[in-house]
Design a protein. Structure first.
Ligand SMILES: [Zn+2]
Length: 690
């Protein structure tokens, strides 16, 4: 998060989004404990060889309905996430009431300001006035560059595109400027373009929502409807000009080095010089234009849309981005469309959870310093070092045994593996927040100052040596990631706890949990996207042409396999939603590789300890407990709306398919549960990349 990176990090799981919603009545309560291995989760009426997810998770799914203020509820991610958030809330609440250091005062004030909905309700639209006045002063669409720059300068929402500093994809030692598409409000371009009945309905509901927000802001219903038409026209044109998520996964599709002069030729009607001056970025001659077609179309749109349409668009973007810090009517209306209608959430997210997450995003390495002191013992870091070493060794062994790969490519793969860096727990050096001013009586202003602070932090990297020690996630986060440009794997303290990692359970369960997570992140270095980068983080082919061909045949097998999995069932007038095999390919490859190499590492570890994989605990062999431990990480319930949205936007498959897809591709599973060859979880033909 602190790099505002334009090149995506490869995460373990999608961040569970928090709603922007009004204050809930609920008081925070200590959450239920997340258990490592759960016999009561198992559905013994199911056949593990037919549907292993149902077997491992069926009872848990049945007895853990989605709480009304969530859209998905996962046995590991949600329970541990709730626990971490609760512990963070305790810290924030205490700091807000009785800060013991200047840093505690800063994050305590940030949290307290966010929680002050009485103040927010009282101030009404007043905090938005400076931005709205700036937008109102626009007299000519050709002055959009100056206006967007001015909005960004003050930390106001500045839509249309994302600009920042990133590592050069082809020379990872360099940090260069980069610019990419943006400007949409709905979750994906498909929401604007897809012609099916379902999306037509959603667009109508979106139209109603935008109109309502304009009327809440004081416009007449006629004026609001007219403004909404302009918003839809501009956003739909931007959607059509956008590159799809799937195409953006190809690094070549997002790498186009332009001189500033060429950027001006591409989008002559947008004054980028004014924009760059306003955001105060250092000097540069070339930059990466990730999506040139988008900027070409943006120029056409500046010529075709009248100035009033742009004003409507920018007013809407301001209202939308600020909704959580606006009075209750706005917050309710925002919840109603984005969480309830689009994602199926029944009740708003309690304010304390929203503000805890927001403070973590804004000041994560300030709050995190105290959090890790209390919740991440040095012992945990040492155990993780051992586990990572075991997984590295296993991946090395796996590479050596790949039947299809030439010796030359195996050697290059080993070199890349040896260059992977590990980051565990939290940063060696914490970020300094002195330049961020926080005011207890100015929640929206805090957000604006924070936006400027984060941007300045990112832009200061321009032309500087790469700092390999920076983190892209805060310490309490329940997630992990691989960054191809740094060739590093990162495990925040937040995930290094039960049910992923528990010093009190047998190794099989830990290898099925955190072991697979480590293997997953390592395999990202070798999935369809990560494998295009070398060990130094440069976009450079290191496979031979023939091996690359073989590799693509194998990844194509997974594209087809996962593309056949259903994400949501058909109804009378709505077809079933299937996974996008290409969008989820990298994650599926990482899941499959992770399951295989953590198993190898478990065998090595048990052999070293003189233990047998056939030893039985609670009626299950260690082999079976490994696969059960893995599957139970993925037990989850999800609203159908959210599942449909995720099928379009999430590069991760849902829990059921993360489990069944990976085990059916790994013969050791079928053997462990004595399945018959040809049963669904032990098929005659399966896919294997790594
Ligand atoms: Zn991943």
């Amino acid at each position: 998060m602190n790099r505002a990176s334009l090149a995506p990090l490869l995460l373990l799981s999608v961040g569970i989004a928090l709603a922007q919603a009004p204050a809930g009545e609920q008081k925070p309560a200590p959450p239920a404990e997340a258990r490592s291995f759960d016999l009561t989760a198992i559905d013994k009426t199911a056949d593990p060889c037919t549907d292993f997810y149902q077997y491992a998770c069926g009872n848990w799914d049945k007895s853990n309905p989605i709480p009304s203020d969530q859209t998905r509820w996962a046995r590991s991610f949600s329970l541990l996430g709730e626990r971490n958030r609760y512990l963070l809330w305790e810290e924030l609440d205490a700091a807000a009431k009785n800060p013991k250091s200047p840093l505690e005062k800063k994050y305590g004030d940030y949290f307290a300001a966010c929680m002050d909905t009485a103040l927010i309700d009282k101030e009404g639209m007043a905090p938005l006035k400076p931005a709205m006045d700036r937008i109102e002063s626009l007299t000519d669409a050709h002055k959009l560059g100056e206006l967007i720059g001015e909005l960004a300068e003050h930390g106001d929402p500045a839509p249309l595109f994302r600009f920042g500093v990133q590592q050069d994809e082809k020379d990872a030692s360099q940090q260069i400027a980069g610019i990419s598409q943006g400007g949409l409000s709905l979750p994906d371009r498909d929401y604007y373009i897809n012609d099916s009945k379902r999306f037509q309905t959603i667009r109508q509901q979106y139209h109603d929502h935008v109109t309502k927000m304009f009327t809440l802001a004081g416009d007449s219903p006629e004026q609001a409807a007219k403004e909404t038409d302009a918003v839809l026209t501009i956003e739909t044109a931007l959607a059509k000009a956008s590159t799809s998520r799937t195409d953006l996964r190809e690094p070549e599709n997002r790498y186009h080095i332009y001189t500033l002069a060429d950027l001006e030729k591409l989008t002559p009607d947008f004054d980028f010089n004014a924009y760059f001056k306003d955001v105060n970025v250092g000097h540069f001659d070339t930059l990466n234009v990730a999506t040139p077609n988008f900027f070409k179309s943006l120029n056409d749109l500046i010529g075709s849309e009248p100035v009033d349409a742009w004003k409507s668009y920018l007013r809407w973007q301001t209202l939308h981005a600020s909704a959580a810090e606006l009075p209750k009517d706005f917050r309710d209306e925002n919840f109603d469309f984005f969480e309830k209608t689009l994602a199926g959430q029944k009740e708003p997210t309690p304010r304390w959870r929203q503000c805890t997450a927001q403070t973590d995003r804004a000041l994560g390495e300030a709050v995190g310093q105290d959090w890790v002191k209390q919740h991440f013992p040095p012992k945990a870091k040492a155990s993780m070092d051992q586990l990572v070493a075991a997984l590295e060794k296993a991946l090395g062994e796996d590479i050596q045994t790949l039947p299809w790969m030439s010796d030359e490519t195996k050697k290059a793969a080993e070199e890349k593996l040896n260059e992977i860096r590990n980051k565990i727990g939290y940063p060696d050096h914490w970020r300094n927040y002195d330049a961020l001013t926080v005011k207890r009586d100015d929640p929206l202003g805090n957000m604006h100052r924070e936006a400027v602070f984060q941007r300045n932090f990112n832009l200061a990297h321009l032309g500087k040596p790469v700092n390999e020690k920076e983190w892209g996630m805060t310490p309490p986060t329940v997630n992990a990631y691989y960054n191809p440009s740094l060739n590093d794997i990162n495990f925040p303290a937040g995930i290094l706890q039960p049910p992923f990692f528990d010093p009190n359970v047998d190794p099989a369960v830990n290898f099925g949990g955190i072991g697979v997570v480590i293997g997953h992140e390592m395999t990202h270095g070798f999935d369809d996207e990560g494998s295009k980068y070398d060990g130094k983080g440069n976009l450079r082919e290191w496979q031979t042409a023939d091996d690359r061909k073989q590799f693509v045949e194998r990844t194509d097998c997974e594209v087809k396999e996962y593309g056949g999995f259903e994400a949501a069932p058909a109804h009378a007038d709505t077809p079933a939603a299937h996974l996008n095999g290409k969008l989820t390919l990298g994650e599926n490859t990482a899941d499959n590789g992770g399951l295989r190499i953590a198993y190898i590492a478990l065998l090595d570890t048990l052999a070293k300890e003189g233990k047998s994989i056939d030893e039985t605990i609670d009626g299950y062999t260690e082999k079976q407990r490994y696969f059960l431990g893995f599957a139970q990480v993925w037990c989850q319930n999800q609203t159908e709306q959210s599942a449909r949205q995720a099928a379009l936007t999430d590069s991760h498959s849902p829990g059921r398919w993360r489990t069944n897809g990976a085990v059916q591709n790994f013969d050791e599973f079928g053997k462990a549960f004595s399945c018959k060859k040809g049963q669904p979880m032990y098929p005659e033909n399966s896919c294997r990349v790594w």
